[in-house]
Each structure stands twice: as C-alpha cells, then as structure tokens.
Design a protein around this ligand. Structure first.
Ligand code: THU
Length: 139
C-alpha cells in the first residue's frame, strides 16, 4: 500500500471519531514521520466554540506524545464539495515539524482531490532560530 493509501486509511478512520456536533463537519488527518510511523487525529469541537481544535492539531499532538518530530507527508480528509485545506494555525503547526517541500494531500471520502506542498500553503511562515531570532522562512 502506498504512503498516501496508508495515510488516507488512517485519516478516514480517525474522521469516524470526529467530535463535531456544532459544525457537523467531520475531519480526519494523518501524518507520516521520517521513521515510517503514522499518527492520526480528528477535529474536537467544544460548546465554547473557540476552544475546539482541528484534526491536524490532534494528529500532530499524537505524534509528539509518542516521540515523533519529523513529518514527511500529510493527508487531510473531509466531506463537502470544497477542498479542506488546513487553516492558518494548522499550517503554522505543520511547519514546526515539516519542511516547505512536504506534501499535504487534500482528500474527500472518495479519495485524493489535490496535493500541495507546505511551502505553497504557508509561504514565509514564522520561524525562530535557537537564539530566539525571528526569520521569515520558506515555510
Ligand atoms: N477543521 C479541521 O479539523 N481541519 C481543517 O483543515 C479545517 C477545519 C475543523 C474545525 C471545525 O471543527 C470544523 O472543521 C469546521 O470548521
């Protein structure tokens, strides 16, 4: 099975568990790390609306909690007719662990719709070097 197929399967399974009673928009995401591990997540909404978070954030949190740090491929799965590209905050969170060439595949329940690189989604994202100096990076 290709990396995309495995990520799509993991993201779709996580999407089944989405907690989205307010938007009814169920999202699943999965990230592949350099060492071959896959971590998936779903969106988790809250009655206090701004306290909810996205599927990509859940997937990254699961990755970090199990020791993963380097994302090499991403899949997001959602329904509806439009492309479910990651929100601005999630693009920045992805950029913490992925490079500008990292593929971010946007899928519907039926399969792949369109692929982007993270650099396309987040040009000149915020970056901070170990000395605490900000720099506008490629992604
Ligand atoms: N959402 C995600 O989980 N990922 C995205 O890429 C875009 C939006 C969620 C947030 C909220 O629970 C619902 O979709 C509607 O915005």
């Amino acid at each position: 099975m290709s990396a995309f197929d495995q990520l799509f399967k993991a993201a779709s399974a996580a999407r089944e568990n989405a907690h989205a009673p307010y938007s009814s928009f169920h999202v699943g995401a999965a990230v592949l790390t350099r060492d071959g591990a896959i971590h998936a997540g779903c969106n988790v909404e809250n009655a206090a609306y701004p306290e909810g978070w996205c599927a990509e954030t859940t997937a990254l949190g699961a990755m970090v909690a199990s020791g993963g740090r380097e994302v090499v491929e991403v899949v997001v799965v959602a329904g509806g007719e439009r492309l479910c590209t990651p929100c601005g905050g999630c693009r920045q969170r992805l950029a913490e662990f992925a490079g500008p060439e990292t593929s971010v595949h946007i899928a519907g329940p039926e399969g792949l719709r369109r692929s982007f690189t993270l650099g396309e989604l987040l040009p000149a994202g915020f970056d901070l070097d170990p000395d605490g100096n900000a720099a506008a990076g490629e992604a």
